[in-house]
Design a protein around this ligand. Structure first.
Ligand SMILES: Cc1cc2nc3c(=O)[nH]c(=O)nc-3n(C[C@H](O)[C@H](O)[C@H](O)COP(=O)(O)O)c2cc1C
Length: 181
């Protein structure tokens, strides 16, 4: 997890984008991109809208896979684990660190808004923006910690073959193995 944090952008930079996979109720995997909000020694965190499909999928099966790639740097991280809800304090803290645009999006991105013509959506957005100079998290703001049980670091090498190092969590430590890319 120390190495993961070293590869992630610093806290004051734009968060990394990660592909997040869940299992749909029909048994087919679902994947979409979300911002990787944070990472600590146990987990990777992301935040979302409680009405979204991923939230009901994770309620059915609290397991997720992630992948983050930095093609220009020849790097990729792939991991999976079990999800849990972070604390209310941590949810609020992450919302406060989101850009103004993303805070507005968390409030305004609902079915009703999405069904409106573009001009009306822009007008409603501008009105909401003008009348809400500061925003606390909406009730629909939620997030997940993915407790990582396996994580692989992929490194490209212009002078030779790519290589991976895969770490697997055991009860109190990690085992590692080197794999072909
Ligand atoms: C660059 C980018 C960043 C995104 N970040 C998030 C995010 O942090 N949280 C989120 O819920 N959706 C984010 N989305 C939207 C998701 O990809 C997705 O469309 C949405 O969450 C609905 O997914 P679901 O219906 O599978 O749950 C982002 C999309 C893009 C293209």
């Amino acid at each position: 997890m120390v190495l993961l944090r070293r590869w992630l952008p610093p806290a004051d930079a734009a968060p990394a984008l990660m592909a997040l996979s869940t299992l749909g109720g029909d048994g087919y995997p679902r994947v979409r991109h979300v911002l990787l909000s944070d990472a600590d020694d146990a987990a990777v965190y992301f935040h979302t809208d409680s009405r979204s499909s991923k939230v009901s999928e994770l309620a059915e099966l609290p397991r997720a896979g992630i992948a983050v790639a930095w093609p220009q740097r020849g790097r990729q991280v792939v991991a999976h684990g079990t999800v849990r809800r972070p604390t209310e304090d941590s949810l609020r803290e992450t919302f406060s660190r989101r850009t103004r645009y993303l805070q507005l999006l968390a409030w305004c991105n609902d079915h009703e808004m999405s069904a409106l013509p573009t001009h009306d959506r822009h007008r409603r957005w501008a009105e909401f923006d003008a009348t809400h100079p500061t925003l606390s998290p909406p009730d629909t703001w939620t997030g997940f910690a993915i407790d990582i049980r396996e994580i692989a670091f992929w490194r490209g090498d212009p002078d030779g073959p790519s290589q991976r190092v895969r770490f697997t969590r055991t009860d109190h430590s990690w085992t590692s193995e080197v794999l072909p890319g």
